[in-house]
Ligand binder design. Structure first.
Ligand SMILES: NC(=O)c1ccc[n+]([C@@H]2O[C@H](COP(=O)([O-])OP(=O)(O)OC[C@H]3O[C@@H](n4cnc5c(N)ncnc54)[C@H](OP(=O)(O)O)[C@@H]3O)[C@@H](O)[C@H]2O)c1
Length: 264
């Protein structure tokens, strides 16, 4: 029987590419986000704001009625904000936590019973290399992704008795609408961080626009689905694998120095 895969954030970027790829090779795919994909798609779709628990519960009920269970949940929906910590208004911080942390929790919470029914369920959470390498002027993004890594590790232990595996993918720079959709720095008068924020953001945007194609992540996801045992966390591409190893081996001060040189 074809595996049933539920993907959040399936209207664009990594989520859409993964949904289309998995569907094209025979998986039954259900996509979720607040809007429909702007390009043609042939998989099942539910409109749902993942920060709205009532809506998430409705979608879970619908999926249960139609499919009975899911085999894989891919938590891909997410957003970014930029700007200096001192300048960031509380409501922007609340917004990114609502989507990247609370939203992923709400989807995971309400879909776990469907994953349990699969008997070999897998959950793949989209984190970021920025969870391990904290980025200046994107602190809240790094913070939410670090939360996803912790969430993944804790949940993996809790659901192991149900034969559900949980894994976080930590992609580096990927060429998607994420760059365009990122909330821009909040304007303040006499901004002491303005120049540095602009320079840092310009570099990040350039790296993302020259980044990997999202199909690389889609293929990694498929590999993880086929794997007997998923790792707790993983990344894609030799350079990002190297960055993760160096980050563990090098003294913290040296890593900080490199990050400051690149993005500070
Ligand atoms: N691009 C990168 O360089 C990069 C690197 C590392 C990690 N990531 C992570 O990969 C994931 C996907 O990012 P992407 O690059 O594909 O960006 P993207 O093209 O901007 O896609 C973001 C997706 O999240 C959905 N979304 C946002 N808020 C939502 C909400 N409240 N409810 C439901 N869906 C919501 C959006 O759909 P709607 O607007 O239709 O709701 C969209 O489908 C994110 O978690 C991101 O942090 C990206």
């Amino acid at each position: 029987m074809n595996k049933i895969v539920l993907i959040t954030g399936a209207s664009s970027g990594i989520g859409l590419t993964t949904a289309k790829y998995l569907h094209s090779i025979g998986y039954k795919v259900i996509g979720i986000s607040r809007s429909y994909p702007k390009e043609e798609y042939t998989f099942d779709y539910h409109l749902c704001d993942i920060t709205d628990e009532k809506k998430v519960m409705e979608v879970a009920k619908n999926i249960e009625n139609i499919y009975g269970h899911i085999d894989v949940l891919i938590n891909c929906a997410g957003m970014g904000i930029s700007g200096a910590i001192e300048n960031t208004p509380l409501k922007e911080v609340e917004q990114i936590y609502k989507v990247n942390v609370i939203g992923q929790f709400l989807v995971a919470k309400n879909m776990l019973s469907l994953l349990r029914m699969s008997n070999h369920g897998k959950m793949i959470n989209m984190s970021s290399i920025a969870s391990e390498i904290a980025l200046p002027y994107q602190a809240f993004y790094s913070m939410t992704k670090a939360s996803i890594d912790a969430f993944t590790k804790a949940l993996a232990i809790e659901v192991k008795p149900f034969k559900i595996q949980v894994c976080a993918i930590l992609p580096g720079d990927i060429k998607t609408d994420f760059t365009k959709n990122r909330m821009q720095p909040y304007q303040v008068s006499n901004d002491l961080y303005e120049e540095r924020t602009k320079r840092s953001l310009k570099r990040m945007e350039k790296d993302e626009l020259n980044g990997m194609e999202p199909i690389r992540i889609a293929k990694k996801v498929e590999k993880l689905i086929r794997k007997k045992r998923m790792p707790l966390s993983t990344t894609v591409g030799f350079s990002y694998k190297t960055i993760r190893v160096l980050n563990k081996l090098l003294p913290e001060e040296l890593v900080q120095k490199i990050v400051r040189k690149l993005y500070g």
